[in-house]
Design a binder for this molecule. Structure first.
Ligand code: TRH
Length: 406
């Protein structure tokens, strides 16, 4: 049935990679798994190219991995609207396009795909209609989420099977390390990936790992945390950079029990393998946080900070949900580390209680956390956002069919 469905996804990149990360993932899944003809409109092809190096930033129109990619420029072309129109994260659609939607006899199904949150109110707002003030159009709010009454999460049909096959296949894992031109971790090392924003708790965590007795291998992808990592080693006189506090892919820093390797930013489809190859993943924002959950490994979330501090409510709502069935000691340890990791670093704040000590408490529960993360992924996997979205599309689309309305 979906063979004939067309879909326009509109993505305005606010900052970082989360907006385009989610849109690109959704676009590929709709096209590959459901035969939908997807056109992805993106206003920042340079950010997009980090996730998908095949993207040519010069082109206004191109095809990539089964998806038509269009540059979303200020002057918007004449484009015939698709059956399903997805406005990602309340980016405003071009007026000209909205007028064309209203002019269609069989109106498109217009969805605003919202940011992910574990807060209670999400269930009540999921699928709510919002009629256009002037035009005969209705926009529907579609909320991803973790409970059955939300839109679920993006999960490729074969992801968990691919994850398990990768983790079982020692040759595939070895090949993955070779492709990075790196030796694999030694058996006694704990391997951690570290993807986060600038973070006042980072130096203390690194110091704790360096002075701890357990060997740690920390993989840091290129990005916002890197100057802080370089500055940490620079301050110890270990960077070899003569005080310039820079780091680039391929650099290695060592101190005590800690080895840090700087990784290139890998294309999006390969990022999962990094998460699968590590024992624990530090992730941020939205999309990498979801991918860490699918990895079925313990993870630590650096939530996208908002000026008004509302991100801490979001963080706590997720921690409450995630830890609901966890043994209380492990849950408390998780709360301690996540609060410290997301503190603002001011004296008296959670961060000042120390990411070093809270890490030790957290990782002391390693075996529980590993099993729990695995079960959590399994439990969540029944609620697929792409499937829910297409079901919702079909139900609204049927109601709007002019033949039925007549
Ligand atoms: O980049 P982010 O910080 O994006 C954020 C959040 O989405 C936030 O909710 C949003 O409001 C803000 O942007 C505007 O974090 P996120 O969501 O994890 O996106 C990162 C993407 O980058 C994700 O798709 C994974 C991908 N990635 C790679 O493809 N290769 C890499 O090497 C790494 C480290 C990440």
């Amino acid at each position: 049935m979906n063979k004939a469905v067309s879909c326009d996804i509109f993505c305005a990149v606010v900052d970082n990679y989360g907006d385009i990360g989610v849109c690109w993932r959704l676009a590929r899944q709709l096209a590959h798994e459901h035969g939908v003809a997807v056109r992805l409109w993106v206003d920042d092809l340079a950010s997009f190219r980090r996730l998908c190096p095949e993207v040519d930033v010069q082109l206004a129109r191109q095809h990539c991995r089964g998806v038509e990619i269009r540059r979303w420029a200020v002057s918007f072309p004449d484009a015939s609207p698709a059956d399903l129109v997805i406005e990602a994260f309340a980016c405003e659609l071009p007026e000209r396009y909205v007028a064309a939607m209203a002019a269609r006899e069989h109106k498109p199904v217009w969805i605003n795909l919202e940011y992910l949150s574990a807060e209670d109110w999400v269930e009540g707002c999921h699928k709510l209609p919002s009629p256009h003030p002037r035009l005969p159009l209705v926009k529907y709010f579609f909320f991803p989420g973790f409970t059955p009454k939300t839109g679920g999460l993006l999960l490729e049909r074969d992801l968990l099977a691919r994850r398990d096959a990768f983790q079982r296949d020692s040759q595939a894992v070895a090949a993955w390390w070779r492709a990075l031109a790196m030796s694999p971790p030694r058996p006694e090392e704990t391997c951690v990936s570290l993807f986060c924003y600038e973070n006042p708790a980072l130096p203390e965590l690194l110091a704790g790992w360096a002075t701890g007795s357990a060997p740690m291998l920390c993989l840091v992808p290129e990005g916002r945390a890197l100057p802080q990592v370089a500055a940490f080693f620079d301050a110890l006189g270990d960077s070899g950079q003569g005080g310039s506090a820079q780091a680039r892919p391929g650099d290695v820093f060592r101190r005590g029990s800690l080895e840090v390797r700087v990784l290139p930013f890998v294309e999006q489809e390969r990022y999962d393998e990094l998460l699968w190859a590590c024992d624990i993943n530090f992730v941020r924002g939205e999309d990498s946080c979801v991918r860490a959950q699918w990895a079925g490994k313990p993870f630590v979330w650096h939530i996208y900070p908002q000026h008004d501090g509302v991100h801490m409510q979001k963080l706590r709502a997720f921690m409450a949900l995630y830890c609901a069935a966890m043994p209380p000691d492990a849950a408390q340890a998780l709360h301690g580390l996540w609060e410290a990791w997301n503190g603002d670093g001011n004296s008296g704040s959670a961060a000042s209680t120390g990411s070093g000590q809270t890490w030790n408490d957290f990782w002391g529960h390693r075996s529980i956390l590993v099993q729990y993360a695995h079960d959590w992924a399994q439990e969540l996997s029944v609620n697929s956002l792409a499937l829910n979205l297409l079901d919702f599309f079909s139900s609204i689309d049927r109601m709007r069919d002019p033949k039925i309305l007549a």
